[in-house]
Design a binder for this molecule. Sequence first.
Ligand SMILES: Cc1cc2nc3c(=O)[nH]c(=O)nc-3n(C[C@H](O)[C@H](O)[C@H](O)COP(=O)(O)O)c2cc1C
Ligand code: SF4
Length: 439
Amino acid sequence: MTSPSREALAKLTPVVTKRWLSPDAWKIDVYEQLDGYAALRKALDVHPDDLIQLVKDSGLRGRGGAGFPTGLKWGFIPQGDGKPHYLVVNADEGEPGTCKDLPLMMADPHSLVEGVIITAYAIRANRAFIYIRGEAVHAARRLRAAVDAAYAKGYLGRDILKSGFDLDLVVHSGAGAYICGEETALLDSLEGFRGQPRLKPPFPAVAGLYAAPTVVNNVETICSVPYIVLGGSDWFKSMGTEKSPGPKIYSISGRVNNPGQYECALGITLRELLELAGGMQDGHELRFWTPGGSSTPLLTAEHLDTPMDFEAMAAAGTMLGTTAVQIFSQQDCPVYATYRWIEFYHHESCGKCTPCREGNYWMARVLRRILSGAGTHEDLDTLLDACDNLLGRSFCALGDGATSPVTSSIKYFKQDYLDYIEGRKAPLFAHAELVGAHS
Ligand SMILES: Cc1cc2nc3c(=O)[nH]c(=O)nc-3n(C[C@H](O)[C@H](O)[C@H](O)COP(=O)(O)O)c2cc1C
Ligand code: SF4
């Protein structure tokens, strides 16, 4: 294992993670000593429209996966419409490999609460929700304690800091379904229905929670807001690239020495991230990796120097996604990894549309057959055909995302599939297991 060099460490840009190493930063008194709620005081003196413009100028793009410009989204909320407006924070964090929002909420819950208050003020919402996945009981407890402390200090409730602005904030625990991270399924779940995506348009900014204008933003997006208010848009744009500005938490897992969260300017390369993460584990060589969770097509060692920003990842045929960087070595099988991911999509498919409900069922079955040594050459065509019927034909992006590991693993690792099919590689499952699992 090697320690990161001075040059590698200089690549770290701790902004939303800057309080993580301060003991007890999650307590409100400590948070306040560390500049906490200073951005709120500043924001409440600014006209809401100017705050929206500030976030537009910063170029902040959503950190939940799609990278939609945040200020633009806020600007879609109709003003003077006489309707209530809502802010909903997406804290579901279900994308395989993603582990940035939960550590953020554990280490620094008040930066989320402060970001929520500023955002709600900007879009003129008097009620906000943080939708957190049900299994994350520890983070929900910490958030609720932070919300209570913020009420007690006058940062939430009526006439916040004598500004005349009122806001109530509710922490809502979901039941733990990947689809409830999709923003419209999340809204259905929050309303008390089974979480299934809604037809868009209308988009949430027009008809969201309780059919009222709603902004849905990711935890990391909202946590960035107080820093932009304090530092200004030029400071934010001084990090990252022209079209992908700012810092980003990259969560690295898999065959590295020091897995974890590394906040760096957008556009860092995997080579640089690997050095920060202490390099590959002994005896392991990089073979394939996901740039942003399992819904983003796999990359290989030939992409070590590709900048990890929205544009360069798209040009490389993948997506930045949630920057969940999962590292696999020559000791890992891309066919098996793909099978495990498709079992996940099969399990998590909400069943609303046929391509995803049936497609993932069949893809899991075919992949299992290949891994059991009973696959045929036609199985590869069947997999690609299923992907063709999912991509762009599914009701929501879960179905599209499921095709990513399949098409990219066949593109880069077709030989591994053929090795199972042509009997050069020992089966991973017995044929009886295959029949038992799906009969
Ligand atoms: C199946 C699925 C799961 C998703 N899960 C999450 C999630 O856990 N957290 C999240 O912020 N966005 C998730 N998204 C993206 C959201 O729909 C939405 O784009 C995002 O919350 C918007 O916030 P942002 O603009 O700040 O990125 C998911 C999307 C899909 C299709
Ligand atoms: S793509 Fe899958 S998760 Fe999305 S609506 Fe269709 S069945 Fe549900």
